[in-house]
Design a protein around this ligand. Structure first.
Ligand SMILES: *Cc1c(COP(=O)(O)O)cnc(C)c1O
Length: 363
């Protein structure tokens, strides 16, 4: 009998796992147990008790023994109304926008490159690698401005399939110039995804411009707005594109608890809007507080987090954690020397600023 191990030499994982997957590091989530959690752009506010009771009554009647509606039709209608999406455009829901990024890349032709200005959201690159597509990161200009020319030049050296533009950008927090984004969309026949994860804190959007650009898709998520635990993202665009991406979607990707809860939460859109407004006001105070600390440079933000730079960023990050505050060290995301703090409640922000001042004070 032939020994199959002689035909396929190498250890198990070397034989069976794609090299680009073996080269990846799993997405790391820091343990926040017992810490003030300002690392993941979550909304710090919960719901008033009477709203929680109303929601629990709805959930008690949820048919969890049945598969959910595969097309999440009720929730999709609620979302369409909320964003004012015309019938002619398609709307696809994902288990977080992370899943939408993955679906889109799975649907792309096998030799298409994925392009994004960098630094930006790490999942564009990670998902490109996991599905086996080449990724091209194109550095942003000084002060993190988008340089359309440079992006298009890089796109011309490969076969571009999709260009991701986070608007506002994570981790820099700024909104790119709309003129530059328009130049990118007009200058390529690749799909351009404008990722508006931080729309509630920025207000500026491309959602009302789908008519103008055939290759534009606009993506949003409920995560940063206050429903991160439910995992719901969505993408809108011309039906010809959305219908193709939809074929890659697993049938029941939005579970029934999420469908019911998001539709319910969006009925209370006044509450979510008020929370976003509160976060924007706190952001201004946090920015002032940060900028007043000697040795810190903070960048103005249109999102619910603030990027800042300091000497000894690794030590400052560790010191803050010892003092009970978890933020994000961007050294692992290609931005050594930079830290990112999520806007929390005013009380959390005060604790963070105090811990940072203590940490930065000369010994
Ligand atoms: C957080 C974030 C996402 C991911 O959102 P989910 O819907 O929670 O998967 C997408 N894009 C950007 C730019 C983000 O910062």
């Amino acid at each position: 009998m032939t020994d199959v191990r002689k035909i396929n030499p190498g250890s198990g994982k070397d034989r069976l796992i794609r090299p680009e997957v073996r080269a990846l590091r799993a997405y790391e989530v820091a343990d926040a147990t017992g810490l003030i959690k300002l690392d993941a752009m979550e909304n710090p506010y919960s719901w008033p008790p009477e709203l929680v009771s109303k929601w629990q009554r709805l959930l008690a009647a949820a048919p969890i023994n049945r598969y959910p509606d595969p097309g999440a039709s009720v929730l999709r209608q609620v979302l369409r109304r909320r964003i004012g999406l015309a019938d002619e455009f398609g709307l696809l829901l994902g288990n977080g926008s992370d899943e939408i990024i993955q679906m889109l890349l799975l649907a792309l032709d096998r030799d298409c490159a994925v392009i994004a200005p960098t630094p930006t959201f790490v999942m564009y690159e990670m998902s490109a690698k996991t599905v086996g597509l080449p990724y091209v990161g194109v550095p942003l200009g000084p002060e993190f401005v988008l340089d359309a020319e440079r992006l298009l030049e890089a796109a011309a050296t490969v076969r571009p399939g999709v260009i991701f533009i986070a608007y506002p950008n994570n981790p820099t927090g700024n909104l790119f110039s709309t003129k530059e984004i328009e130049r990118v969309i007009r200058g390529t026949d690749a799909l351009v995804v404008v990722d508006e994860a931080y729309f509630p804190f920025a207000g500026s959007t491309f959602m009302d411009r789908l008519q103008e650009f055939e290759n534009l898709l606009v993506m949003r998520t409920l995560s940063k707005e206050g429903l991160a635990g439910l995992r719901l993202g969505f993408i809108a665009g011309h039906r010809s594109w959305i219908d193709e991406i939809d074929k890659v979607r697993l049938p029941y990707n939005i579970n029934c608890v999420t469908q019911i809860t998001v539709a319910f939460a969006l009925e209370q859109s006044g509450m979510l809007a008020a929370q976003a407004e509160q976060i924007r006001a706190s952001r201004a105070r946090l920015f002032e507080g940060l900028s007043a600390i000697p040795g810190i440079r903070a960048w103005p933000s249109d999102a619910n987090f603030i990027l800042f730079r300091t000497h000894g960023a690794n030590e400052v990050f560790d010191g803050l954690r010892r003092r009970g505050v978890l933020i994000k060290n961007l050294a692992g995301s290609g931005l050594p020397g930079f830290l990112r703090v999520t806007v929390g409640t005013d009380e959390e922000n005060r604790c963070f600023l105090q811990a940072l001042r203590d940490e930065m004070a000369p010994a």
